[in-house]
Design a protein around this ligand. Structure first.
Ligand SMILES: [Zn+2]
Length: 398
């Protein structure tokens, strides 16, 4: 199944279909790309001026958009008014459940973050019922503080998720098996709830608002305690993925918590980064990031410390690139903190060892700019998908 398919503007289709397509295209453009003039909408969406006028006027009348003077002025003369999505027209709840932290945010249309909250998940505190209760309590407090009500929720989980109902089949690091997270949250929050894996939502975030905008075929790979991967194929996020982090790359390697040995995750997770830097096993993530960002006094020696880590990262990427043929690989979370020469060395190894990388014109390997926020951004976009579709069919905001 696919999500995040871009709507294309339609003229010449059946009137109802064309109206819905055009409304969705305008809303999505403003939600993702920010404010712009009617002239820009006309040019970018390939619609004529009278169609844009009808769509913008209709959406403004229903409360989804407004028009105003631009927030930044440029040039001389009277500035053209811009069309802007109204954040209060639709607010969604974005939730990111991690192995050691839960974050949530209320996000308005146009990616306007209205407020957020987070709390650590100490060992043993990640029981599903407890997480659901805390999420619901925190969401209600935030809604009351901000005076808004969310209309839908998107949730990121580090595990394998059934798309249809948000059943978390397996989240090994949380020790969750067949947890009906989607249903429990939907019943408690009384709103539609969509759940996806952290990797899928990282990919969605990068494709919508990050370094993968406009790309068609992308692989997203991130690590903290574990590894999360997502795939954009033909411009849409692939749902229902397995766990790339448990691909076996080193049959005689370390035992993995999944019961196997030598999984990719054992060689390129947070613990492996600590080993590479010679840091004690209990070093906190903040301290690890500080170490990763320190300028190297002796660049060749610094690069040598990462040699093994970079090699295992590259070996896994070669396999992934050979299977999926992406034009772009985005490295997220702690992998985005790797020193530039290490990233360059990984990219070079992928280029040398992957025939498919060469076949697709050399797969680029880049660091995410969304960092640890990627899953929250992706969870919000997951929730906004059906909201924008509803808006396009003609529902007014409340
Ligand atoms: Zn494993």
């Amino acid at each position: 199944m696919l999500v995040g398919v871009r709507s294309t503007a339609a003229e010449g289709a059946r009137p109802d279909d064309a109206r819905r397509h055009n409304r969705e295209a305008v809303l999505r453009r403003l939600h993702v790309g920010g404010e712009c003039t009617r002239a820009v909408l006309t040019a970018e969406l390939g619609l004529n001026r009278s169609t844009i006028k009808a769509v913008v006027d209709g959406l403004a009348e229903s409360g989804w958009l407004s028009e105003r003077l631009p927030s930044r002025r440029s040039g001389v003369g009277r500035p053209s008014r811009v069309v802007v999505a109204r954040p209060e027209a639709a607010v969604v709840l974005a939730v990111d459940v991690r192995v050691d932290l839960v974050s949530l945010a209320l996000v308005g249309l146009g990616d306007k973050k209205l407020g957020q909250d987070s709390w650590p998940l100490r060992a043993g505190a990640g029981a599903p019922g407890e997480v659901v209760t805390q999420v619901v309590d925190s969401a209600r407090v935030l809604e009351n503080e901000l005076g808004v009500r969310a209309v839908a929720a998107g949730v990121s989980v580090p595990g394998v998720v059934r798309q249809a109902d948000g059943l978390v089949r397996k989240a090994p690091q949380l020790d969750w098996t067949d947890v009906a997270l989607g249903k429990q949250l939907k019943d408690a929050l009384r709103m539609p709830v969509a759940v996806a894996s952290d990797g899928e939502l990282g990919a969605l975030a990068e494709h919508t608002r990050g370094v993968a905008r406009g790309e068609s075929n992308v692989v997203f790979v991130a690590c903290d305690v574990g590894v999360g991967c997502g795939v954009i194929s033909g411009g849409a996020v692939l749902r229902g993925l397995g766990e790339f982090g448990h691909m076996v790359v080193r049959p005689d390697g370390r035992e993995c918590h999944c019961g196997c040995r030598g999984c990719w995750e054992t060689e390129m997770c947070e613990a492996a980064l600590r080993r590479a830097l010679g840091l004690p096993a209990d070093t906190g993530r903040g301290e690890l990031i500080v170490e990763l960002r320190k300028p190297a006094a002796d660049p060749p020696a610094a690069l040598a410390r990462f040699e093994e880590f970079a090699s295992w990262l590259a070996i896994g990427l070669v396999n992934v690139v050979n299977m999926l043929a992406p034009e772009l690989v985005v490295l997220g979370n702690l992998l985005a903190e790797l020193p530039r020469p290490v990233l360059d060395a990984v990219a070079a190894q992928v280029g040398e060892r992957s025939m498919v990388s060469r076949a697709v014109g050399h797969t680029r390997v880049v660091a995410s700019e969304l960092g640890a926020e990627a899953q929250l951004v992706g969870a919000a976009e997951l929730a906004f998908g059906p909201v924008l579709l509803d808006a396009a069919t003609g529902a007014a905001t409340t």
